[in-house]
Design a protein around this ligand. Structure first.
Ligand SMILES: N[C@@H](CCC(=O)N[C@@H](CS)C(=O)NCC(=O)O)C(=O)O
Length: 214
């Protein structure tokens, strides 16, 4: 059923990048197309997702759209498991045990830290805004820095990687893409993480699904 699903994305969203990489890894590209959409301007996205955020996965047959990215990833795993051809069955979320909690914990950490980095970016675009006080910015920055420190201490796996490892790439790469001015120089200060990100970003799924400003 080619093209039955539509993933609404922006090319700058860390949550959408996570889902795009997952689609490639799980061999679902022939079934799921993307639609670039501006969530701030779209008049139609809100009819599928009341929060009007990306990513949102539109499904065929009148099934409700799915959000947020964590739910979409679970659904992609489910779709991959339903594939008829056995070789293409892969999973991003380990089914049970401590490996599952590790993956979900790293997703929670990196998603929230990406939100913090996104808010720092938004504040930098409008420095005179009264919405984000200096103490709030400091708190957001501290959350990002401590999250990167936590990733440096994790046993990250670039060979047999899962959702947790995927998310551990998304956060630093998003910081580099979106808030370079915040002096989050993780490549110099977190060498283990830098080596891991380098290895992961060389993989096909990551190379073909980079952030971009278009
Ligand atoms: N928790 C959500 C976060 C999604 C999110 O914040 N998306 C941003 C783009 S990175 C968005 O659509 N922002 C539009 C808005 O906040 O109205 C997820 O994991 O999907």
């Amino acid at each position: 059923m080619p093209g039955s699903f539509l993933l609404c994305i922006t090319s700058t969203s860390p949550f959408a990048r996570k889902c795009r990489i997952a689609i490639s890894f799980l061999n679902l590209s022939s079934q799921i197309s993307w639609l670039k959409i501006n969530p701030w301007k779209s008049s139609t996205l809100r009819t599928s997702n009341p929060l009007c955020k990306v990513p949102t996965l539109l499904r065929p047959d009148g099934k409700p759209a799915l959000y947020d990215s964590g739910v979409i990833i679970e659904y992609l795993d489910f779709l991959s498991q339903s594939q008829t051809s056995r070789e293409s069955k892969r999973m991003l979320i380990p089914p049970s045990g401590e490996a599952r909690w590790r993956a979900l914990r790293l997703q929670a950490l990196c998603d929230d830290a990406c939100s913090a980095a996104g808010r720092l970016y938004a504040a930098s675009q409008n420095p005179s805004s009264l919405d984000v006080s200096q103490s709030s910015k400091d708190r957001l920055n501290t959350a990002v820095q401590f999250s990167l420190d936590a990733l440096e201490k994790e046993d990250l796996n670039s060979e047999d990687w899962d959702l947790g490892d995927l998310c551990a790439v998304i956060l630093p790469s998003y910081c580099e893409f979106r808030v370079p001015h915040a002096h989050i120089n993780w490549r110099d200060t977190r060498p283990k993480l830098a080596k891991f990100v380098y290895e992961m970003e060389a993989k096909e799924e990551f190379r073909t699904n980079r952030f971009s400003h278009e």
